[in-house]
Design a protein around this ligand. Structure first.
Ligand code: MG
Length: 394
């Protein structure tokens, strides 16, 4: 057992004692753990503040109550930490991974990422997990001694949820697990599922509130129907708002409890004695029971069919895709219309990587935009009404 953050950690939890360290050598922090310091660095990064104005599913300015990437990340941290504490895993590391897992998202959610990936097809593609890693490893500029925010291996391992074999080969130690088919830490595994629990539930909440989903439609999804039947029976006279919250909090709780109980069973039977035992196990130990996994898959499929393909969401996706593609095309044709810092960034990548470096620099610039900045930048470049001196004011 290792003492960390005044909590007793299980031997298979990540801890300062077993950390594989950072990219650049630094003195260990004196009044906090390595993972607390990672978490603190993430919170103070510019990329983290941008999450407030980035789309989760609905464009940020469409309604004040919609989840954004920031509130989504905070919900993932909340769910992740509860699970971590119950399993005696490292809560600070879980929080660091949760708060940084979406840093690399483009503006306009998945539509933005798909569009940018298409634009980058000839130049190595664009993948938001890899972009999150790029942000913490090099794009954040806050320290005199190194680029990036120099997180620990364990936080970086958690950020890199997926990776192609081609890209994994370029990532050294961090890419190994995608080549050898090994597992990440339990903290990374659980944050991945906390992400799924968070978005499945908050997207239902957003969808119901804004009338894009109805209770009737939702009956198709077992996880929802079970809780709906219980809640309606218990509170027959309650209004829809309260019923929705009662159903969703029970759904979250049901999924979390299943995950904790099933993972405890898996851990007990695999009996890992260190984080490396976890990594070398043939499959993830943090997992839903088979029954719940099936219901969670059913829910995801239902959400794809209804909410994510709803015509109002789809319209937003088409507009987002046009905006990203137009910006990309115009920037790569003439880098001189980029702001000076972005030009400088392209130049430094060009020196290292040639023409592809320039283009990667454009992708970094676009990916770093918030929704509203992308819209304003599009207007500035393409709206002829903006052909005035006002464009000279930064
Ligand atoms: Mg997420």
């Amino acid at each position: 057992m290792t003492q960390n953050s005044h909590l007793i950690l299980a031997p298979y939890a990540c801890s300062d004692a077993t950390s594989r360290g950072q990219l650049h050598n630094e003195n260990p922090p004196s009044h906090r753990t390595l993972y607390q310091r990672d978490r603190d660095r993430i919170i103070h990064s510019a990329a983290f503040r941008r999450l407030e104005y980035k789309t989760q599913v609905f464009v940020n300015h469409e309604g004040d109550l919609f989840r954004t990437r920031l509130t989504h990340s905070i919900e993932v941290a909340q769910i992740g930490r509860s699970i971590a504490r119950e399993l005696q895993l490292n809560e600070d590391l879980t929080e660091a991974i949760a708060l940084s897992h979406d840093l690399g998202h483009t503006p306009f959610g998945h539509a933005g990422q798909t569009a940018l990936n298409k634009c980058m097809k000839e130049y190595g593609g664009f993948e938001h997990n890899l972009q999150s890693l790029r942000i913490v490893d090099s794009l954040e500029e806050r320290y005199a001694d190194f680029k990036g925010i120099n997180l620990t291996f364990e936080s970086r391992e958690g950020i890199l949820k997926h990776c192609s074999v081609k890209n994994a080969k370029l990532l050294g130690e961090l890419g190994q697990r995608f080549l050898n088919n090994t597992q990440p830490s339990l903290e990374a595994q659980l944050t991945n599922l906390a992400d799924e629990i968070a978005y499945s539930n908050h997207d239902i909440d957003d969808g119901l509130r804004y009338g894009l989903l109805s209770f009737d439609e939702m009956m198709e999804a077992t996880l929802f129907r079970q809780q709906y039947e219980y809640v309606v029976k218990k509170y027959p006279d309650q209004n829809k708002r309260i019923l929705t919250h009662e159903i969703i909090r029970r759904m979250i709780s049901h999924m979390v409890v299943d995950l904790i109980e099933n993972s405890k069973k898996n851990i007990l039977s695999a009996n890992p004695q260190s984080p490396d035992d976890v990594r070398n196990h043939d499959k993830p130990l943090i997992a839903f029971s088979d029954e719940l996994q099936q219901q969670a898959t059913e829910l995801k499929q239902f959400m794809f069919k209804t909410l994510y393909r709803h015509y109002r969401v789809h319209r937003m996706s088409i507009k987002a895709s046009q905006t990203i593609t137009a910006l990309f095309d115009v920037f790569i044709k003439d880098l001189r219309i980029l702001p000076p810092e972005a030009q400088q960034h392209c130049r430094s990548l060009f020196e290292k990587e040639g023409d592809n470096g320039n283009i990667r620099g454009v992708a970094d610039y676009i990916a770093g935009m918030t929704d509203r900045f992308a819209i304003v930048e599009y207007e500035r470049i393409f709206n002829p009404r903006q052909l005035s001196m006002i464009n000279l004011i930064p």
